[in-house]
Design a protein. Structure first.
Length: 276
């Protein structure tokens, strides 16, 4: 492979141009640089070829028979396979720069083209497309990896405080102020962990966990109990019921995040083993 292409796999470029000599000149330059080149003589055939070869980049003239470059680009942008394909416009009119910015093409090349300029623009557009794809994948992966935490707490201030701590640490956080709302959130959101207070609306944490376990299809459900700083009422029975962590209302962010992290990766034996 020629040195002009950075990737191990050849990038596929589709040239859509009704002038045969221009197509040949572009093809020669791009193939010499190591790209895999496909050709089409108008927008209609260009779309068909794009459907078949799924190019990494399209270089297209604007004025063509059957389907012009604008129509081709709009059709591609409306398709599932073509909406992200970079699009470079060929034009003989340098003053069209502002127009091309409006229709959001990736770049433009003035005819007659300079080989060095052509290759530089192609390389730049492909690089930007690769960076965009990489960022999109990173975002998707991060979103998919986010753990969902449900806070079952009727103290609005405390709920907001915990939400801020956990959201800032990369968790997806939801708050429920009543038992009914909490049950609804569990069914709808399928959270990875639930933080609940020692008692909510007169119901103890152990009973709350029984209720949630009874309506949830999740087998590995993590619970964290939140209690008063100086009161651990209900803690032993809550841990026996299957809680994996305990935090105090006055705990700092580091302690809260640590408890959540440990609850999401509990030891095999469980915390209840040492409680009589």
């Amino acid at each position: 492979m020629q040195g002009g292409v950075e990737d191990m796999d050849k990038k596929k470029i589709l040239i859509v141009e009704d002038e045969s000599h221009m197509r040949m000149m572009l093809s020669l330059e791009l193939e010499t640089a190591g790209y895999e080149v496909h050709q089409a003589e108008d927008g209609q055939k260009g779309f068909q070829t794009a459907t078949e070869v799924k190019p990494d980049l399209i270089i297209s003239d604007i004025l063509m028979p059957n389907m012009d470059g604008n129509q081709l680009m709009q059709k591609l942008r409306g398709s599932d396979f073509g909406k992200e394909i970079p699009f470079i416009v060929l034009t003989a009119r340098g003053q069209m720069h502002d127009y091309f910015e409006v229709i959001e093409v990736d770049d433009f090349i003035i005819k007659p083209f300079d080989a060095e300029d052509l290759l530089a623009r192609v390389k730049k557009v492909l690089y930007r497309a690769r960076e965009k794809q990489s960022k999109t994948k990173s975002i998707d992966i991060s979103a998919g990896m986010k753990k969902k935490i449900l806070i079952l707490e009727n103290d609005v201030f405390l709920g907001s405080k915990l939400e801020g701590m956990l959201t800032g640490s990369g968790y997806e956080v939801y708050i429920a102020n009543t038992i009914a709302e909490g049950v609804n959130h569990v069914l709808r959101l399928k959270p990875d962990a639930v933080i609940l207070k020692v008692q909510l609306d007169g119901v103890g944490a152990d009973k709350l966990m029984e209720i949630i376990k009874g309506i949830s299809s999740l087998k590995d459900f993590s619970f964290i109990i939140c209690g008063e700083e100086s009161i651990e009422e209900g803690r032993p029975s809550a841990l026996k019921a299957g809680a994996w962590g305990f935090i105090r209302k006055t705990d700092d962010k580091e302690s809260v995040v640590k408890a959540v992290r440990e609850a999401l990766s509990p030891p095999t034996a469980g915390l209840s083993a040492g409680i009589s």
